[in-house]
Design a protein around this ligand. Structure first.
Ligand code: GAL
Length: 417
């Protein structure tokens, strides 16, 4: 532990009791929540902090999945000017902690009993060397499908329950002049679909072997070739203008009933809600057929960079405390589309998709099928994640066939490890 961090630890420990009452400073928050639904959720956090006298300096860096935000963060830290609070995912948190860059949150975590209410799968990323170094704000998951109820009704289609039914429904929508699958052609969005497709094709053990254990035999196996074939099938239902489209614009195609489906994490629900849509009435949410029973998760956390000065540290401690309060976790996640990072938040305020998400998360956690999202930095470190992105997106854009893609995957992962 370096001197800055040690100072910080003791200062937070000393000041936490007074933190909420202290004349807290502003917090500068680096994040990538720039879509309509994300901004609405962010406002819940901003307002919550404002009621505690903590001002908000906004540092948005657009780009779903946070790659651009992480590049900006690196530049800020290199310039000796880290933001006070940063939205962060999975292994990135661990990497920054390994660089001794993050504040230690043990004082507030112990005072509030975080250990007892945050699931172990999240603590694996929120703690480093046994110390709390990030406050988890939510749990998202990527193996979801979002559907236009109006399009399905018009075509007389029920919610698909198998992969073949899903393909047939996309085909029927395309034949009728709709876009079968709304998609934004960005590497992280293709990787997000691939999370669910690999899970649905090979099952949870296969997903774990491939993406978490990085077993070359799994990465180059027949089920992986089949997963790439399924990506080709999905590619055939995407419209001509998909390239470079932002994920929320793809969601808008379903919201506007131009497209039948989108495969996307449950942040997409934030867009539907922000547009005034109601689950079950205007849109449907369901697990990618074949992936039911498993959850590929990513949890947004706020990591607080080690700063000097009692007021700044008090503001950080107050922010961490605010994020972890059960009422905030309910209010925020209802809007964001995610589910709470605490296990003790009542489901009452959540809509049908949110309540299903909470049930799925608990069941997957109990059943050993809660799996870190490859696409969102919860299965492996950024270098490996980016290597997988490259292969998945090159294949999606027709650079090579499914069998070659699986071989490329083995080679790319090996080179990145
Ligand atoms: C994810 C993040 C979500 C979401 C999404 C799109 O990585 O965990 O909160 O907003 O990116 O921006």
């Amino acid at each position: 532990m370096n001197t800055v961090m040690r100072t910080c630890v003791s200062a937070i420990a000393l000041t936490f009791g007074l933190a909420v009452a202290a004349q807290a400073e502003d917090v500068e928050v680096l994040h990538w929540w720039t879509s309509g639904g994300e901004a609405a959720a962010l406002n819940v956090l901003k307002s919550d902090l404002e009621t505690q006298g903590i001002g908000w300096i906004d540092m948005p860096v657009a780009g779903g999945g946070g790659e651009a935000a992480m590049t900006t963060l690196r530049a800020r830290v290199t310039a000796g000017d880290p933001p006070t609070a940063v939205q962060m995912l999975g292994f990135d948190i661990q990497d920054w902690a390994a660089e001794d860059a993050l504040a230690n949150l043990d004082a507030v975590a112990t005072a509030e009993g975080w250990d007892a209410v945050v699931p172990a799968a999240l603590q694996a990323f929120s703690k480093y060397d046994g110390n709390w170094i990030a406050a988890p704000v939510n749990v998202h998951s990527t193996n979801w499908v979002w559907a236009s109820k109006a399009v399905l009704d018009q075509l007389g289609l029920a919610q698909p329950t198998t992969w073949d039914e899903f393909v047939a429904a996309m085909q029927a929508a395309q034949d009728a002049g709709f876009v079968g699958l709304a998609h934004g052609g960005q590497a992280w969005q293709e990787a997000t679909m691939f999370d669910g497709v690999v899970l649905s094709t090979g099952g949870p053990d296969f997903y774990r072997q491939a993406f978490i254990d990085l077993d070359p035999a799994a990465l180059g196996s027949d089920p992986m070739v089949e997963a790439f074939r399924r990506m080709e099938t999905l590619r055939s239902f995407v419209d001509d203008n998909f390239s470079g489209r932002d994920w929320n614009l793809a969601s808008a195609m379903v919201i506007n009933d131009e497209a039948a489906f989108q495969i996307m994490g449950d942040w997409a629900k934030g867009e539907f809600l922000n547009a005034g849509e109601v689950p079950g009435t205007d849109f449907l949410c369901f697990r990618l057929p074949g992936s039911e029973g498993s959850v590929t998760f990513n949890a947004d956390q706020f990591a607080l960079f080690a700063v000097e000065g009692e007021a700044a540290q008090a503001a950080q401690a107050a922010m961490a405390s605010a994020i972890m309060s059960p009422s905030f976790q309910s209010a925020f996640n209802v809007v964001k589309g995610s589910v709470p990072a605490r296990t003790d938040v009542p489901p009452d305020a959540f809509d049908a998709c949110g309540q299903q998400g909470m049930i799925d998360l608990a069941a997957a956690s109990a059943g050993g099928t809660l799996l870190g999202s490859m696409a969102h930095g919860h299965a492996n470190r950024a270098a490996v994640k980016n290597a997988i992105y490259d292969v998945v997106t090159a294949h999606f854009n027709g650079e090579y066939d499914a069998a070659t893609a699986a071989q490329e995957l083995v080679a790319a992962v090996e080179a990145a490890m």
